[in-house]
Design a binder for this molecule. Structure first.
Ligand SMILES: *[C@@H]1O[C@H](CO)[C@@H](O)[C@H](O)[C@H]1NC(C)=O
Ligand SMILES: *[C@@H]1O[C@H](CO)[C@@H](O)[C@H](O)[C@H]1NC(C)=O
Length: 319
C-alpha cells in the first residue's frame, strides 16, 4: 500500500473556506499563489490544501533550508496521517538533527558532491574503523532515480559489535546512511519535480535466530529511522530469507513504523524478478547476488577485532 493514500482522505472535497476576517483575507491572499507554486515544484494537486495548512502552521518556525523545500515538506506529509502529525514530525526531526549534530556527522563520515548528494568517505580514525564494520552500503540508483541501500546479515558481526559495545559508534554511520538516502532522494525529487523515494535490499543470507538477542541494542537506530526520516523508501525487500525469518520478522516488525512496515516484502532465493519489478537493475548488484559489482565491502563477515577500540570516541553524535 502506498503511504500517500493515508493522507488523501484529508484532501478529498477539501475546498478552502472563504475567509471571514480581515486577517483571514490576508492569509488567503498569501495562499492563493501557493497552489501555483506547488504545481511548479511537482506537488500533486491532492496535497495542495494540506500543504497550505502545513505551511501556515510552520510559518513562525525557523526551519532549516533543506527542511523547508516543498518536496521535503511533502515527504513528511505523505508518511503521517494528518497535517498536525506532519508538523510535529518536522519539528521533532529538526530538534533531533540539531541535538545529534547531523551536519557534523556527515562531514566526519563523508563528502558532499556538487549536486548535494553524499559519498561515504571516512575522515577520522573512528570513522575509518566503523566503516570497516558496517554491514550496509549504497548501490547506484534504481531505474526511477531513487537511491538504493543494501544490507547483509552475514556481513555483520553482531556478537562482536555487542561484545565491544559498538552500536552507538556504528549508529553514526547508520545516520550517515539515512541522511545520504534522504538527500539523494530529495535531489532526485527536485530534479524530476515529483516525490522520489529509494529502495532498501536486505540480504538475509546467514541470518540466525540469535540476532533476536541483540535487537535491543539497535532500538535507538530504529527510533531515529521511524521518527526523524520521512518516507525514505518505496520498498524494503528482504531477499534470501530462510523459512524461520517469519519468527524474526514477528519481533522486528513491532519496532518499525507501520508506514515502513507495509512496504516490506520478504522473498527467498528467487528474488531477481522482484528486484527488477522494484526498478533495481540486476547489474548493479554485487557479484555474490548475481550482479557484476565487484567492489562490495559486504562480500565477507566484517569481523570486529578484540579490544581494538582503545583511544576511539565510541559515542553517538557529531562533534
Ligand atoms: C571482497 O571484496 C574486496 C574488494 O573488492 C576484495 O579486496 C576482497 O578480497 C574480497 N573478499 C572476499 C572474501 O572475497
Ligand atoms: C565524544 O564525542 C562526543 C560527540 O560525538 C562528545 O560529545 C564527547 O565529549 C566526546 N568524548 C570524548 C571523551 O572526547
Amino acid at each position: 500500500m502506498e503511504c500517500e493514500s493515508l493522507v488523501a482522505p484529508l484532501c478529498e472535497g477539501g475546498h478552502r473556506r472563504r475567509p471571514k476576517s480581515r486577517a483571514g483575507a490576508l492569509t488567503a491572499l498569501v495562499l492563493v499563489p501557493l497552489g501555483i507554486a506547488w504545481v511548479a515544484h511537482g506537488v500533486p494537486p491532492r496535497y495542495h490544501s494540506s500543504m497550505d495548512q502545513l505551511l501556515q502552521r510552520l510559518k513562525d518556525q525557523d526551519l532549516e533550508r533543506g527542511m523547508a523545500h516543498p518536496l521535503m515538506l511533502l515527504r513528511f506529509l505523505t508518511c503521517t496521517k494528518s497535517v498536525e502529525e506532519a508538523e510535529e514530525m518536522i519539528l521533532n526531526a529538526q530538534a533531533w538533527r540539531r541535538e545529534a549534530k547531523v551536519d557534523s556527522i556527515m562531514e566526519e563520515w563523508g563528502e558532499r558532491s556538487a549536486d548535494g548528494t553524499w559519498k561515504l568517505a571516512p575522515k577520522s580514525q573512528r570513522a575509518e574503523f566503523a566503516t570497516g564494520l558496517f554491514a550496509a552500503e549504497r548501490l547506484p540508483s534504481d531505474s526511477f532515480g531513487g537511491p538504493v541501500m543494501l544490507g547483509r546479515a552475514v556481513s555483520s558481526d553482531m556478537a562482536g559489535i555487542s561484545r565491544e559495545s559498538l552500536a552507538p559508534l556504528l549508529q553514526n554511520l547508520w545516520v550517515f546512511m539515512l541522511e545520504d538516502m534522504l538527500q539523494a532522494a530529495h535531489v532526485a525529487s527536485v530534479k524530476q519535480r515529483r516525490l522520489v523515494s529509494g529502495a532498501t535490499i536486505i540480504d538475509a543470507t546467514g541470518i540466525s535466530l540469535s540476532i533476536v538477542r541483540y535487537i535491543s541494542e539497535y532500538t535507538p537506530w530504529l527510533e531515529i529511522m521511524n521518527n526523524d526520516y520521512p518516507d525514505l523508501v518505496r520498498s524494503v525487500i528482504v531477499i534470501n530469507a530462510p523459512s524461520f525469518f517469519v519468527k524474526i520478522w514477528s519481533i522486528v516488525s513491532l519496532l518499525i513504523a507501520p508506514t515502513t512496515r507495509e512496504k516490506v516484502q520478504i522473498v527467498g532465493k528467487d528474488f531477481h524478478h522482484v528486484l527488477q519489478k522494484h526498478g533495481v537493475n540486476l547489474d548493479v548488484l554485487p557479484v555474490f547476488l548475481g550482479g557484476s559489482f565487484e567492489g562490495s565491502r559486504l562480500n565477507a563477515t566484517l569481523t570486529v577485532p578484540k579490544g581494538a577500540t582503545a583511544g576511539l570516541n565510541l559515542s553517538f553524535g557529531g562533534a
